[in-house]
Design a protein around this ligand. Structure first.
Ligand SMILES: Nc1nc2c(ncn2[C@@H]2O[C@H](COP(=O)(O)OP(=O)(O)OP(=O)(O)O)[C@@H](O)[C@H]2O)c(=O)[nH]1
Ligand SMILES: Nc1ncnc2c1ncn2[C@H]1C[C@H](O)[C@@H](COP(=O)(O)OP(=O)(O)O)O1
Length: 227
């Protein structure tokens, strides 16, 4: 069997993780895993971890590490035959250590995007809450203004995408991400990409992955649903 490939994408809110993950999944056929999707699916399915996670999200808090790991790691253990790319996890050093003990990562992509760029993008970001689909009124607008392309349902803006909340979110990201980035740097698997436009960063990520991902592992192009 071809060697499997496991990667994580990190970056501050609005850095383009979701957008780039989608491109990577499309181009290289990795399964795209999103911690936010896992959380939403568990809430919808009323699992024990989902019920617990909901109590934090409703208060605008991150889900505690032990709940996140309980929710995610068993799913990763089921993916022994898949290559995947994870977005949204790990978000703390404790999560990174838990992930370490479950699998060996091949690569970590870290996005380094200037604050002004993040602020502009997020103030223009609209979301379809049920699916997590993301639009940007300039960069990738919906076909019909204010409506999700697939369901036709209304799009909303997150309160925490507003500039006053963003400063605190970015500061928090820097604080918690630093030790994780240092850990991956010390393992020699960290690749950092800097810039203000996804379309200019993408060719570099694309060529890096072309050298790393064996073509035979490019088999699964879907998001993985809950069992
Ligand atoms: N103008 C512009 N917008 C972009 C670019 N790349 C991504 N976006 C938009 O910026 C917003 C943030 O991108 P996402 O892919 O959602 O970023 P993220 O890192 O997943 O964000 P979080 O989910 O908050 O962590 C979205 O509205 C994207 O459509 C770009 O190069 N230029
Ligand atoms: N690694 C993680 N640790 C703690 N909470 C997490 C998490 N990943 C996701 N969550 C929780 C808190 C988030 O507000 C929620 C939705 O995640 P998300 O889709 O990545 O959204 P956001 O980018 O708005 O934070 O799920």
């Amino acid at each position: 069997m071809a060697k499997l490939f496991r990667a994580v994408i990190m970056g501050p809110p609005g850095s383009g993780k979701g957008t780039i993950s989608e491109r990577i999944a499309q181009s290289f056929g990795l399964a795209r895993l999103s911690s936010g999707d896992f959380v939403r699916e568990n809430i919808a399915a009323n699992t024990d971890a989902g019920v617990l996670a909901k109590t934090y999200i409703e208060r605008g808090l991150l889900v505690p590490d032990h709940v996140m790991t309980r929710l995610l790691l068993p799913r990763l253990e089921e993916m022994t035959r898949h290559s995947w790319l994870m977005d949204g996890f790990p978000r703390t050093l404790a999560q990174a250590k838990a992930l370490n003990s479950t699998c060996d990562l091949d690569l970590v992509i870290s996005l380094n995007i200037p604050y002004e760029t993040l602020k502009e993008r997020l103030s223009d970001r609209w979301i379809h809450p049920a699916s997590g689909r993301v639009y940007n009124m300039g960069f990738n607008p919906p076909h019909v203004q204010g409506r999700d392309d697939i369901s036709g349902e209304p799009l909303i803006q997150h309160d925490d995408d507003k500039p006053e909340a963003l400063v605190a979110r970015l500061r928090h990201y820097k604080d918690v991400a630093k030790p994780i980035i240092d850990l991956y740097k010390s393992k020699g698997i960290l690749h950092t990409f800097s810039g203000t436009e996804t379309d200019r960063i993408w060719p570099y990520i694309n060529s890096l992955l072309s050298t790393k991902i064996p073509s035979t592992s490019q088999t699964d192009t879907q998001r993985i649903p809950m069992p």
